[in-house]
Design a protein around this ligand. Structure first.
Ligand SMILES: O=C(O)CCC(=O)C(=O)O
Ligand SMILES: [Fe+2]
Length: 333
């Protein structure tokens, strides 16, 4: 892309902030199907599926309350992750992404390595991807981090359970076989499925020293089926299809769930995957930010074909699709 076009694009995307509206993302009570509930009545299911359908077809994002995943649980995960991130670089290096033979996506991603909007400089964030639960994975083992593996693994499994419940309601909401999405996510937690728990740490920023156009996390839409997001503080902005930008609030105890690109494609654009980003803090604000994103991905070998039979998009396997998207975020070299 010519240089002038690059800066024109960045300028255009910076323009976003002038269109920020105080419009909220829907909040849905998931209590009837929370992790501690076994059964729910037809009536409860019907209500939930209607509410999720409205949120996912109109906004692409929803806050779920009463899911069974508590604020304390989330704080516990964030605390141990912060201990990992605050270590000196040489202690994080041995856990770098791409250094694990059985899963290239597992591990630590250093500051400015990833650009979720390839037209911007590298994102001002660090991440740790729990992408594999394979017994051969080497985990941090220092005294301060001896619980790291256990905490990551159990939170991964809690998020998996909630995701499967949400996927079931989503299929029902479109009048599909309730098992349709579930059957395509039967290998979450194995190396034949790309689902990843990503802990993000946004260190203090001197905004005036950041590179031109640099953000904490560039504009992007997620890759897989759905994403569960837990955030410590504000900063996330969501762009609606209409072009309006919503500043996502912090609602303690809720899970923010969004549709990702493969799900939009699967549902022939009925569910919408919208772009979002994390801004730099205001000048003079040296606070850090943390978030946990659980990126749900169908099993690698599943062929994604439009579920309404329309063939609006050509079939693609979930694994090939994910690889293509990683190449965009990390550069093709
Ligand atoms: O940190 C956040 O709040 C959002 C991060 C995000 O959108 C992503 O990593 O895909
Ligand atoms: Fe995202």
């Amino acid at each position: 892309m010519p240089k002038s076009e690059v800066s024109a694009n960045v300028l255009l995307e910076t323009f976003w902030c002038f269109f920020v509206f105080k419009m909220s993302i829907p909040v849905v009570d998931f209590g009837a199907y929370s992790l501690s509930e076994k059964d729910l009545t037809e009536e409860q299911l019907h209500k939930l599926s209607n509410e999720l359908k409205t949120a996912f077809t109109e906004v692409g994002f929803v806050f779920l309350e009463n899911t069974g995943i508590t604020e304390e649980e989330v704080d516990h995960v964030m605390d141990i992750c912060k201990k990992f991130f605050l270590q000196p670089e040489e202690l994080k290096q041995p856990f770098s992404r791409k250094s694990f033979a059985n899963n290239p996506n597992h591990g630590w991603v250093s500051l400015e390595t990833e650009r979720l909007n390839p037209r911007r400089p590298g994102d001002l964030k660090e991440a740790f991807n729990t992408a594999s639960l394979h017994p051969d994975i080497k985990w941090p083992s220092s005294e301060a981090l001896k619980e790291f593996k256990e905490i990551q693994t159990s939170f991964f499994l809690r998020c998996k359970e909630l995701s499967l419940r949400v996927l079931r309601v989503m299929a029902l909401s479109l009048g599909l076989d309730p098992e349709l999405f579930l059957n395509a996510h039967s290998l979450i937690g194995t190396d034949k499925n790309g689902t990843t728990l990503r802990s993000l740490y946004y260190p203090p920023v001197e905004s005036e020293k950041a590179k031109e156009g640099q953000l904490r996390c560039g504009e992007h839409s997620d890759y897989g089926s759905i994403t569960l997001l837990f955030q410590s503080s504000e900063g996330l902005q969501v762009r609606k299809r209409s072009g309006e930008v919503i500043c996502a609030p912090i609602i303690p105890g809720t899970v923010l769930i969004n549709i990702a690109d493969l799900m939009q494609r699967w549902t022939s654009d009925q569910f919408v995957s919208v772009r979002h980003r994390v801004l730099l803090p205001p000048v003079g604000d040296s606070s850090t930010r943390q978030s946990l994103a659980f990126f749900v991905q169908p099993d690698d070998d599943v062929l994604i074909t439009c579920c309404d039979g329309s063939n609006k998009y050509p079939p693609i396997t979930a694994g090939d699709y994910l690889m293509e998207r990683f190449n965009d975020s990390y550069g093709r070299n």
